[in-house]
Write a protein of this length. Structure first.
Length: 240
């Protein structure tokens, strides 16, 4: 694997500092002299590194003043956004936003899978659904998450469209982390098993619209469960 350039290394280190909150959003970056000393690089290297972050709208330059950190919602670099969301930076609604992206892509994939699937696809989907059920009954969160992710991977492949899986692949790391978080809730697991069964029946029926509606309902349930069980803070414990 080729070594990263010094410019890339400095850009990634500064990005990591921003993600960790060491360089706060809205605040100024240290001066060029301070950054050069901290990273042991020349001004030329530092400026190129900052240009890399400016191109992703992570930082903005204020002529005659310095550089400032932009809010995560304004960033335009996918890798930078993924790194921030993986670290929990940015908006609290990140899990819901990820579901919205999945909904756009996976409803269409389910419709295609209803038309293009073969017997092997159905067999794999059924097997993975049973693995989800078993993991749910055993309270095996890692096993549940693995079967859940594999179910969706098989369905994406069953669409027989190579671009579908490619569109979601960059999000795979964050999607896995968020699924691990939500699947720790037994109620969410139970709903997911029910909804995956309906998605499978939709694909098995060969009716693209039925499969699309089933996937849409599944992801709507996922978004609702996120808001109810994960994003809404628990209420006060009643006096006893």
């Amino acid at each position: 694997m080729p070594r990263k350039s010094l410019v890339s290394q400095v850009a990634e280190t500064v990005l990591d500092q921003i993600v960790r909150g060491e360089l706060p959003v809205g605040g100024p970056l240290p001066t060029e002299a301070e950054l050069c000393e901290a990273h042991g690089v020349s001004r030329v290297t530092l400026r190129e590194a900052l240009k890399t972050l400016q191109a992703q709208n992570v930082v903005r330059a204020a002529p005659g003043v310095g550089s400032y950190v932009n809010p995560v919602g304004e960033w335009t670099g996918l890798e930078a956004v993924l790194r921030a969301t993986s670290a929990g930076a940015g908006e609290d609604l990140t899990p819901v936003h990820l579901v919205e992206v999945r909904r756009m892509i996976e409803t269409g994939a389910a419709a295609l899978a209803a038309t293009h699937h073969d017997a092997a696809d159905l067999e794999q989907l059924q097997e993975l659904l049973e693995r989800m059920r078993g993991a749910h009954e055993r309270a095996d969160v890692p096993g549940f998450v693995a079967a859940d992710i594999a179910f969706h991977d098989v369905l994406l492949r069953a669409s027989r469209n190579p671009f579908v899986a490619v569109l979601l692949e960059p999000l795979s790391r964050v999607l896995r982390e968020k699924r691990e978080q939500t699947s720790a809730v037994p109620q969410i697991q139970a709903h997911a098993v029910e909804q995956h069964a309906l998605v499978l029946e939709g694909v098995r029926s060969g009716d693209p619209e039925r499969a699309r509606r089933a996937m849409d309902a599944h992801l709507q349930q996922t978004a609702d469960d996120l808001r109810r069980y994960v994003l809404t803070p628990p209420g006060p414990t009643p006096p006893g």
